[in-house]
Design a protein around this ligand. Structure first.
Ligand SMILES: [Zn+2]
Length: 616
């Protein structure tokens, strides 16, 4: 078997396992199914395209459906759209958007105009409601039944403002993301027909067969595997090419095209990794170097989280920063090598959490962006390991970002819908930084090795199933044997923070008494370290009562009595046997997002300690 065959077999086996594995936790046991076949003809003079599609939609839910919703994302790029109004009213607009939509000339607006919708071959009425198309079904769609839609539509590709569009800031002509009528997801929580305001999304794992008709000389990169490229004249008689792509089990289909694109491919554990960018003598060396980093990154995440399950991954220059799509990301290319690697690793890591696990990002943005950021930080620490700073915390920027946001008073709870945060900053810090802290800090509760194993188990058990927070919690509970309701409740539903302190230390020569306190609302198990003047350490792990257990102890570590969360104080006593303390520290590993780390440790200047004893 060649690599491709092996991968197809592997993916098929994985999907079979997913489809027939027993229901776990909250898993409802079904996924909707959509099979898209599309023909697209691009007009590069008007920046418009004509589209026809046939979609077979199978209702695998136990519910009867009488209407179906579709996304029409391009309609967001018109003055007065919800995305435009939101951007002009939020206190900290995304600089890429600002008032740019309001200022677009009409020939640079984005729009999708649906011309006809047929259901089972018969024309039906439909309604375009901003970025959502509503189609009432003439006959109710029962569980287990399929329906065929035929759509024809015209679209104008917006001037590139956010994610998709014509002519990005680096001169890439077409960044074609969120660009076609896409079925909204109906899952065990119901329909998710969110009006698009430029943020997170959700989708059905679908099959795509897409034929893209572009002028000759345009190089196309897309989700899926290229099946063929056939010469065919454009409607105006000029030479053209039809490039056909197929993709399986992807929640979206994205593409980009530019006449100046060049491509390089690499093989990573049987996956084709392709880099596509504009030929540019000043940047080519960065892209060449990126290939090696990206290949190492994919191999690292394969080991760290679980195997990438698609046959290809494309890193394509385009868009306005970095945005993840299945099997493809668009990133801007005019960056330093380190920045190019960083954005690529982040978007690639999304393949695991956005493409394969695919939580509903609008509802649980932190489970996509946060987990992705966590994986990215681990991968970047591996790629850019600094022998001079072996113990530097790769997650430190997320900790400081989250803590600063908390202290500013503008933090919003993670349970907030991605579209509805009051500020872009609160969304960004919540989704990315606090989401990353959420995972890393679990190491302080269940142990870091258990947490890592839990992440692998989560990926394995929940790929292709749209899990939610409770599903993730149950994986971590089963992996650790601990109860974690309290952790998820505090971290998701509240803006409570952690502040534990060493209040006092008394060493009378025979024994040491350390008084600890919880000064803020969020309870956490604690790790206390006592450093002695003979160079030894006493390490004490203090679980919470409500965990119903404790993480695995490290070698030589002492298990302290449980700390009931209601008690603001905790006293620990141990023999000092004539030794003096040099320091007493809480959370020496720095796993907890403690908002006042300055009260976590007491150090003693032994030259100034009286013979009689020590106190603080
Ligand atoms: Zn991201």
């Amino acid at each position: 078997m060649n690599n491709m065959q092996r991968r197809i077999l592997w993916t098929t086996a994985a999907l079979f396992w997913v489809a027939f594995s027993p229901a776990l936790g909250q898993y409802p046991g079904y996924q909707q199914k959509a099979d898209y076949s599309m023909d697209i003809v691009l007009d590069t003079a008007l920046h418009q395209y004509d589209g026809t599609m046939r979609v077979t939609y199978t209702n695998q839910s136990p519910e009867v459906l009488d209407r179906v919703f579709w996304h029409l994302f391009f309609n967001a790029f018109q003055p007065g759209s919800m995305m435009d109004v939101r951007s002009r009213n939020i206190s900290d607009p995304d600089r890429r958007v600002g008032s740019r939509i309001a200022e677009l000339p009409e020939d640079e607006w984005g729009w999708q105009r649906v011309e006809s919708v047929k259901v089972q071959g018969k024309n039906v009425a439909f309604e375009e409601d901003g970025t959502i198309l509503v189609v009432d079904l003439p006959k109710r769609l029962r569980p287990g039944k399929s329906v065929t839609f035929d759509l024809t539509w015209k679209a104008q590709v917006p001037r590139q403002i956010r994610r998709s569009g014509w002519m990005n800031a680096e001169g890439v002509e077409y960044s074609m993301t969120q660009w076609y009528p896409k079925l909204c997801e109906f899952d065990h929580h119901g329909w998710h027909s969110n009006p698009y305001i430029g943020r997170e999304f959700h989708g059905i794992w679908s099959h795509y067969d897409v034929r893209l008709h572009v002028p000759q000389g345009y190089v196309v990169a897309a989700t899926g595997v290229q099946e063929s490229a056939t010469n065919k004249a454009m409607p105006n008689g000029t030479p053209g090419t039809v490039v056909r792509f197929k993709a399986d089990n992807v929640i979206d289909f994205a593409w980009a095209t530019d006449p100046d694109f060049v491509a390089e491919t690499f093989d990573v554990d049987g996956v084709t990794l392709r880099l596509v960018h504009q030929a540019n003598p000043e940047l080519d060396s960065n892209w060449t170097a990126l290939g090696d980093y990206a290949a190492r990154a994919m191999a690292f995440i394969n080991e760290d989280i679980g195997p990438y399950m698609y046959p290809e991954y494309n890193v394509v220059q385009g868009g306005d920063g970095g945005m993840e799509y299945p099997m493809l990301t668009l990133v801007t290319g005019e960056r330093s090598l380190r920045s190019l690697v960083g954005v690529t690793v982040h978007e690639m890591a999304h393949s695991w959490f956005q493409a394969m696990v695919a939580t509903n990002e609008s509802l649980h943005e932190w489970m996509d962006e946060g987990f992705t950021s966590w994986a990215e930080s681990r991968c970047m620490a591996e790629l850019f390991a600094d022998p001079m700073k072996p113990s530097e915390n790769p997650h430190k920027w997320s900790y400081s970002g989250y803590i600063n946001q908390h202290l500013s008073g503008n933090e919003e709870p993670l349970i907030t819908h991605a579209d509805h945060y009051k500020t872009n900053r609160a969304y960004g810090i919540g989704a990315y930084a606090k989401g990353e802290v959420f995972v890393e800090q679990l190491g302080a509760v269940v142990g870091t090795a258990t947490r890592d194993e839990g992440m692998r188990r989560y990926f394995k058990e929940w790929s292709f199933k749209h899990p939610g927070p409770r599903d993730f919690k149950r994986v971590m509970e089963r992996e650790s044997g601990l109860e974690l309701d309290w952790y998820f409740q505090e971290m998701m539903h509240t803006t409570n923070a952690i502040d534990y302190a060493v209040e006092s230390v008394v060493n009378d020569g025979e024994s040491v008494t350390v008084e600890l306190s919880r000064r803020a609302d969020m309870p956490m198990p604690q790790d206390l370290s006592l450093a002695w003047d003979d160079g030894t350490l006493t390490l004490v792990h203090i679980p919470l009562v409500m965990m119903r257990g404790h993480r695995p102890l490290n070698e030589g570590e002492i298990l302290g009595a449980d700390w009931p969360w209601v008690d603001p104080k905790y006293t620990y006593t141990c023999p000092s046997e004539g030794r003096k303390l040099t320091s007493v520290t809480l959370d020496a590993a720095g796993l907890q997002a403690d908002i006042h780390r300055d009260n976590n440790a007491v150090t003693f200047d032994l030259s100034r300690v009286q013979e009689a004893g020590q106190s603080n």
